[in-house]
Design a protein around this ligand. Sequence first.
Ligand code: SAM
Length: 297
Amino acid sequence: MNERPSGRLEAGLYVVATPIGHLSDLGRRAADVLRNADLVAAEDTRTSRVLLDSIGATTPMIAAHEHNEQAAAEEIVARARAGEAIALISDAGTPGISDPGARIVRAARAAGIVLRAVPGPSAAAALVSIAGLRAEAFRFVGFLPTKAQAREERIAAWRDADEAVVLYESPHRIAATLVAIAAVLGEDRPIVIGRELTKRFEESAAMPAGEAAAWLAADPNRSRGEFVIAIDAAPARPAESTVRIEMPLDALLATMLEHMPPSRASRLAQSLTGLPRRALYERLLALSGADHPDGEA
Ligand code: SAM
C-alpha cells in the first residue's frame, strides 16, 4: 500500500481490478484501497455498491463510464491534485480491458498525478490460465465487430496466426461467432471456450472449432452468461517440398518413354519444361525409334 504516515492513502489514482464473478477474488490490497480511498470512481455505482458493502467499505462513489469519461477524468484529476486518493473500478475485472478507464488514466498521467495499478482478475487472463494453449503468445482483441461481414473479415486475419487470439463475446452473438470461426478458420482450428468463469455455472471446454456450435446447443443454459474464447494458433503446415531436377532433355524424355507413349509424354514434357510440344514430340519419336507410333500426325 502507498500509505501516508497517518494511514491514509497517498494522493493519486489507483486503478483497481475487481472480481469477474466470485467476490472472494477481490485482492487484499484492492479491498484496502477501496476502503481507504477518499473516492471510488465506478462504472456503475449500484453494481459496485454490492462489492463495497461486501467488504464494509463506506467510501463515497462517483460514476465514471464511457458516456461521461471525459467529465469524470476532469473531476478525478482536480480531486487528486487537491490531495485525494481515488480508486477507479469497472463493473468487473480490470479497468481499461474492454472497459472504460484508459481516458481517465491518460488525463491523470498528463496532469502528473501519481498512478498505481492494483492488479487482479480479468476474464482474458483467467481463460488463458486454464486454456492450455499451444501458442506461446496471445493477442487480446476484446469484442469483435457486431456486423457479420466485418466480424468475418476480422477473423480471417487470424487464418495463419502463430499466436492465439483471445476475445470476449456476448450471449446473443456467441452462436454466430462460433459458427463464423469454424467457417473462416476451418473446422479443425482448436478453440477453448470459457463461460461464467469463477461463477456458479462456470464451464470451460476445449474443442475443434467445428464442434463448438453443437457444444453450445447441447445445453440451452449454455447460451446464457458471459463468454471468453481463445482461438489457438493455426496448426503448423507441413513444410512445402521443392523438387529441382537437372538432367539432359533426352534423358528426361527417355525416362518418360518408359512409362507412356510419345504423344502423352510430349504433353507432360511441355508442362514441365515449357518447350514447344511439336519439337518435343519429334524428339520423343526419334528416341523411341518409332514413326508416329501412337497415331499423332
Ligand atoms: N474488464 C473486464 C475484464 O478484465 O475481464 C472485461 C469487461 S467486458 C465489458 C465484459 C466481457 O468480459 C463479457 O461480455 C465477457 O465476454 C467477458 N467476461 C467477463 N466476466 C466473465 C466471466 N466471469 N466469464 C467469462 N467471460 C467473462
